[in-house]
Design a protein around this ligand. Structure first.
Ligand SMILES: O=C(O)[C@H](O)CO
Length: 335
């Protein structure tokens, strides 16, 4: 299939709901990935080389090479918030509108962050595995965990997800510290029961830390060996932001030495395609350590109605661009 002037070609790199396909079909010829897998990059390029619009997802890497191979693209609509795998400057140079969906993932991601924390601190995933392995004979004095009440929680990056998490944490009777470039206004701090704290101090005072920053050259490996060493001995790190906010090898070493008591994550360095040196897999040593780690496969926004809403917003960004309007989720001004 090829795009033409009257029926623009819209390529969707991953599976989406039928109603979103139907919506897009009112505006163009839609080629959608009907599998639940990521297609090889060569196949995506083959489909997109004559497309005017691309709906892209976390595993996609839209860079200079991609854009050069798809010269008719007018819009790359990323169905996500964290656009670190998308080269904004290259899009701008190629006259391609890049759009994102910034807010819809907020609540499910905050909920998942709490779930990971509870699973790690109360051994939920290990307990579940134990039950299914046939070992349960009734109560025993085992799987003792850590309570949240009375703990100090540090949120690094008080954006929408950080604030949603703070609101949910306040029911757990914890002290909430936060670090960010900008301080919230006092009324907001009060409503979130969160205290502004310089990053270094937050590291030293927190029992549990959530890095919730975008991945940029400045935040890459923010939680490296030196940073982990500044944390309280026995602290816990929960990462639902981007894998490369932490140095996973340094995290593994800190777990082994006892400097970290736990690491829970929904995101992994191997997903950060824009880094030429990104690891190709999650370190095996982390996967093997089921006592001190708990992992989910990038499920932050994986709630059906939220995914549908994200896809619909991404579709509207495509439609608005194709109709010559400035799309709501625009993050660049292409020439
Ligand atoms: O940034 C986002 O939206 C998610 O992490 C990827 O789907």
């Amino acid at each position: 299939m090829s795009g033409n002037q009257s029926r623009p070609k819209v390529v969707v790199t991953h599976w989406i709901h039928d109603e979103v396909v139907a919506l897009l079909e009112r505006y163009g010829e839609v080629v959608v990935n009907e599998t639940r897998e990521t297609l090889p990059r060569a196949e995506i390029l083959r489909r997109a080389r004559d497309a005017q619009a691309l709906m892209a997802f976390m595993p996609d890497h839209v860079d200079e090479e991609f854009l050069t191979a798809c010269p008719r693209l007018r819009v790359v609509s990323a169905a996500l918030k964290g656009y670190d795998n998308f080269d904004v400057d290259a899009c701008t140079r190629h006259g391609v509108q890049l759009t994102i969906v910034p807010d819809i993932l907020t609540v499910p991601t905050a909920e998942l962050a709490l779930g990971l924390l509870l699973s790690l601190t109360r051994h939920l995933h290990e307990g579940d595995h134990f039950m299914r392995s046939g070992g349960f004979q009734g109560w025993r004095p085992h799987f003792y965990g850590t309570a949240l009440t009375g703990r100090t929680v540090g949120i690094v990056g008080m954006g929408a997800v950080g604030r949603a998490l703070a609101r949910r944490l306040s029911g757990f009777d914890v002290d909430i510290l936060y670090a960010d470039r900008l301080r919230l206004d006092p009324a907001k701090e009060t409503s979130l029961s969160a205290s502004y704290t310089p990053f270094e101090e937050l590291l030293e005072r927190s029992d549990i830390i959530f890095p919730l920053l975008p991945l940029t050259p400045q935040t890459l490996h923010l939680f490296d060996a030196a940073c982990l060493a500044r944390m309280q001995r026995g602290a816990i790190l929960v990462n639902v932001g981007r894998g490369s906010l932490v140095d996973e090898e340094a995290v593994a070493a800190a777990l082994q030495s006892g400097q970290l008591a736990g690491y829970a994550a929904d995101v992994f360095e191997m997903e950060d395609w824009a880094r030429p040196d990104h690891p190709r897999q999650v370190p095996q040593v982390l996967l093997d350590d089921t006592t001190h780690t708990c992992f989910t496969p990038h499920l932050g926004s994986a709630v059906d109605e939220f995914r549908l809403a994200i896809e619909l917003e991404a579709a509207h960004n495509i439609i608005q661009t194709l109709q010559g309007q400035k799309p709501a989720g625009a993050i660049n001004c292409p020439r």
